[in-house]
Ligand binder design. Structure first.
Ligand SMILES: NC(=O)c1ccc[n+]([C@@H]2O[C@H](COP(=O)([O-])OP(=O)(O)OC[C@H]3O[C@@H](n4cnc5c(N)ncnc54)[C@H](O)[C@@H]3O)[C@@H](O)[C@H]2O)c1
Length: 263
């Protein structure tokens, strides 16, 4: 829809990943101002190369797990006269990210407290820190929306066998944080309702990002649509959740998973 996000300013964390970069391209085309962020020294270059000339695009470095960094970023919004009214808790430690960094995903018995905690710090505490700063600085000042990003592995368990023999897999902290982030949605939706702020969760399914044929075949059998998602198919629903068309929705989880959770 043309200009679906005109007059909206969207703030997004973990913006340089496969979905974040798709959301940004689509949001800018829909007329939004986009305030993007990602880890220091991480993935900014590609975003700046693609959108750096666009005066509706802004980029800040942010580790969402850094409490002081989150507080200071909201201060910078004021200094730059940026007034985000849609906030996307999109940053996450994902299996693809761990393997892409040259790491491995330890099996459950060998998962250290540090491994577990690192995922919690980003995927869940990071979302809390953004929401808390919204509460302090923005909620009640003007209408706003928070969109938390979960996963098809939030409220449904993985079929572990589809990862057998492959270099990546699902991991326990990921599922725990993705279920937890919807708990945050439910808690905040009622808490902010009278202050003109909505809170929803989007739960994307399996998004194709160069996965092997074997994985594509195995996962596709579990999906009613019979295939993985294209990033733009998740973005279609994300744009709707950012737009005025979803103003009457709050406290919901929207599954965009080709029917994975619908059997
Ligand atoms: N791609 C999928 O199949 C899929 C499916 C379901 C849910 N999701 C969710 O969608 C969101 C985006 O996924 P994606 O596929 O683009 O992942 P991705 O791994 O491509 O990108 C994740 C981004 O988060 C950033 N990040 C990691 N730790 C961070 C931190 N501490 N502070 C700030 N940024 C940090 C990374 O730098 C990266 O740019 C995630 O929340 C993910 O869990 C993705």
């Amino acid at each position: 829809m043309d200009n679906q996000l005109q007059h909206k300013t969207v703030f997004i964390t973990g913006a340089g990943g496969v979905l974040g970069s798709t959301y940004i391209r689509r949001m800018l085309s829909a007329g939004a101002t986009v305030v993007a962020s990602d880890l220091p020294g991480h993935r900014a270059d590609a975003l700046l190369e693609a959108h750096g000339e666009n005066n509706q695009f802004h980029f800040f470095e942010l580790d969402v797990a850094d409490e002081d960094g989150v507080i200071s970023l909201f201060q910078q919004f004021k200094e730059h006269n940026l007034k985000p009214d849609v906030f996307l808790n999109n940053a996450a430690i994902t299996g693809e990210m761990l393997v892409g960094e040259g790491g491995t995903i330890p099996d459950f018995a060998n998962t250290s407290v540090d491994d577990w905690q690192r995922t919690l710090n980003t995927n869940l505490t990071g979302a809390f820190l953004i929401a808390r700063q919204m509460d302090r600085d923005i909620v009640g000042q003007y209408p706003c929306k928070l969109i938390n990003v979960a996963s098809m592995y939030a409220l449904n368990g993985p079929h572990h066998q589809i990862y057998e023999g492959l270099p990546f897999s699902s991991f326990s902290a990921y599922s725990a944080t993705k279920a937890g982030i919807h708990g945050l949605t439910l808690w905040l939706a009622g808490y902010w309702a009278k202050r003109n702020a909505t809170v929803n969760t989007i739960a994307p399914g399996a998004v194709f990002n160069g996965h092997s044929e074997v994985f594509q075949e195995r996962v596709s059998e579990l999906i009613m649509a019979g295939r993985m998602a294209k990033p733009d198919e998740i973005a279609d629903v994300m744009l709707f959740l950012c737009s005025a068309q979803s103003d009457y929705m709050t406290g919901q989880m929207v599954n965009v998973d080709g029917g994975f959770s619908g059997w």
